[in-house]
Design a protein around this ligand. Structure first.
Ligand code: ARG
Length: 458
C-alpha cells in the first residue's frame, strides 16, 4: 500500500517504483529518520496531539524499528519507496492506530530535509576527523624530518631550497582551511526544517522550536517554503569537499612525481604501493593517482547539483531527491582519500639525501647572491641582472658558479659561503619563510591549530 492510496487507488507501475525509489541510497538516513521521528512524537505529545500512552507506544515501536534496522532483520517491502515510508509503515504495522498518528502535521518534505541535516551533522564531524588524521600524519612527518631540505619549485623548475618540513606544512595549512570551511558549512546547516510541513506549516498547534531544540539544532527555519526547498547546505558541502579533494589531488600529484625514478625523493612502503600485472619491475602510486583522479567526480558533483537546483520553482520538487547520492559520495570519497593518503604518507620513506643533493645545487643560491649585493647597497634589479649573467656564463661555458663568484669584483670570496650546502635554506629567516628557525615556529603554530580543530570536531 502506498502512502497516497486515498487519492490514487491503482497500485504504482513497477517502472515508477523502480525509477523514483530512493531507498537503495537513503537507507543511510535510517538513524536520522528515527531520531527525527522521536523528537516529532515528543512534540506531538507535548502539544496534545498524541496521548502519553500513544507517544509511549510509538516511541517503543521506533526503538524496535531501530533495532531491526541495525540488526539487519528489518524487512523492506517493494512498496517502501524511501526510508521515511519504510519506517512509518513498520511503526504502523507494530502499533496500529497510534502509529497512524506519527505523520501528523509532518510531510516527507520537511522530514527528508531534516534527516539530511541530521546526517550532515553526524557525518560532517566524522569527515573533519578523517581529514585531521591526514594533517596529523603530515605534522608528524614534518617534525621527524628535522632540517632535511628539498628543492622548492615554481613552474616545476627548481627555484629555491626549502625545508622539507616547510613543504609538508604547506599542505597542512590548505587542509586547515578545508576543515574550517567544513565547520562553517556545518554551522550554516544547523537549522531545523521540521514543522514546515509540505510547504506551508500547519493548522495544528505544533511547536517547531521544541523539536529544533530537542534535536540540538541551533534554531528552527524562518520560512516554511524556504525550509523544504533549501539545499544550499548540500551545494556548499559539495564545494567544500571538492576543494578539499583538489588539495588531496595536488598532494597526490606530488607523491606521483616524487616517487618517480626521475625525482627519487620518496619511496612508498610496499603495503601502500601496487604492482603491474605485466611489468615485473613496477611499483605504482595508485592511491595518490586515485586521490587525484577522483577529484574529477567531486567537481562534477558541485556542477551537477547546482544544475539540478537551478530552475526549481518553490517549494519541494522531486528533483531534490538528487541531493543525496552526490553528498554521500562526496563524504565517502574525501574521507576515504584522506585516510588512504594518511597511510601512504605515514609509511613512505623520504629520500632526504637525494633531496638535499637536488636542493644544494650552486645555482639555487642565485637569489642569495642577489640579496647579498642588495645588503651592500646594490639596487635589486641590478643585482638580479648581475647574478643572472653569472648563471648564464656558468651554464653556457660550464664554469662552476664558485669560480665565477670568486672572481667577480662585486662578489668575491666574501660571497662564497652563500654557495655552501645548506646555506641558502638556512638564510630563509623571514616570518613564514622556508628556513629552520621560522619553520620551527610555524610547526608549533600548525600543531596548535590542528589540535584545536580536533578538539572542536569531537
Ligand atoms: N525520497 C524523497 C526525497 O529524497 C522524499 C520526499 C518525497 N516527497 C514527496 N513529496 N514525494 O526527496
Amino acid at each position: 500500500m502506498t502512502l497516497w492510496h486515498g487519492r490514487i487507488t491503482e497500485a504504482p507501475a513497477d517502472v515508477l517504483m523502480a525509477f523514483t525509489a530512493s531507498l537503495p541510497f537513503d537507507v543511510r538516513l535510517a538513524p536520522d529518520d528515527i531520531a527525527g521521528s522521536r523528537a516529532h512524537v515528543h512534540m506531538l505529545e507535548r502539544v496534545g496531539l498524541l496521548t502519553t500512552e500513544e507517544a509511549a507506544v510509538v516511541g517503543a515501536a521506533l526503538d524496535r524499528v531501530e533495532q531491526e534496522i541495525t540488526g539487519g532483520t528489518f524487512e523492506f517491502l517493494p512498496t517502501d519507496e524511501d526510508i521515511h515510508t519504510a519506517v512509518e509503515r513498520r511503526v504502523t504495522e507494530l502499533t496500529g492506530d497510534a502509529g497512524a498518528k506519527l505523520h501528523t502535521a509532518r510531510s516527507r518534505n520537511d522530514q527528508v530535509a531534516l534527516d539530511l541535516r541530521l546526517y550532515v551533522r553526524r557525518e560532517g564531524r566524522a569527515l573533519q576527523r578523517r581529514v585531521i588524521g591526514l594533517q596529523e600524519v603530515l605534522l608528524a612527518r614534518a617534525r621527524e624530518v628535522e632540517d632535511a631540505s628539498v628543492p622548492g619549485y615554481t613552474h616545476l623548475q627548481r627555484a629555491q631550497p626549502v625545508l622539507l618540513a616547510h613543504h609538508l606544512l604547506a599542505h597542512v595549512w590548505a587542509l586547515v582551511r578545508d576543515v574550517e570551511r567544513l565547520g562553517d558549512a556545518l554551522a550554516r546547516a544547523d537549522v531545523s526544517p521540521l514543522g514546515a510541513g509540505a510547504l506551508a506549516g500547519s493548522s495544528l498547534p505544533i511547536d517547531p522550536d521544541f523539536v529544533a531544540s530537542e534535536l540540538g539544532f541551533a534554531r528552527r527555519f524562518d520560512n516554511s517554503l524556504d525550509a523544504v526547498s533549501d539545499r544550499d547546505f548540500v551545494a556548499e558541502l559539495l564545494f567544500v569537499c571538492a576543494l578539499a579533494q583538489v588539495h588531496l589531488s595536488r598532494l597526490g600529484e606530488e607523491v606521483v612525481l616524487w616517487s618517480s625514478e626521475e625525482f627519487g625523493f620518496m619511496t612508498l612502503a610496499d603495503e601502500y604501493a601496487t604492482g603491474s600485472s605485466m611489468l615485473p619491475q613496477k611499483k605504482n602510486p595508485d592511491i595518490a593517482e586515485l586521490a587525484r583522479g577522483k577529484t574529477g567526480r567531486m567537481i562534477g558533483h558541485v556542477a551537477g547539483f547546482l544544475a539540478t537546483l537551478k530552475a526549481l520553482p518553490l517549494a519541494y520538487n522531486r528533483d531534490l531527491q538528487e541531493d543525496k547520492e552526490p553528498l554521500f559520495d562526496a563524504f565517502d570519497t574525501l574521507g576515504g582519500a584522506a585516510e588512504a593518503m594518511a597511510g601512504l604518507l605515514a609509511s613512505a620513506t623520504f629520500e632526504t639525501e637525494r633531496m638535499r643533493q637536488a636542493a644544494d645545487v650552486a645555482t639555487a643560491a642565485a637569489t642569495d647572491l642577489a640579496e647579498h649585493l642588495v645588503q651592500r647597497g646594490t639596487p635589486f634589479r641590478e643585482a638580479h641582472a648581475l647574478v643572472g649573467n653569472l648563471v648564464r656564463h656558468s651554464v653556457e661555458r660550464g664554469v662552476p658558479m664558485a669560480e665565477l663568484v670568486m672572481t667577480d669584483p662585486r662578489l668575491g670570496p666574501d660571497a662564497l659561503p652563500l654557495l655552501e650546502p645548506g646555506a641558502s635554506v638556512a638564510r630563509r629567516t623571514s616570518p613564514g619563510g622556508a628556513g629552520p628557525e621560522v619553520v620551527a615556529v610555524q610547526l608549533e603554530a600548525a600543531a596548535a591549530r590542528v589540535a584545536a580543530l580536533k578538539a572542536a570536531a569531537g
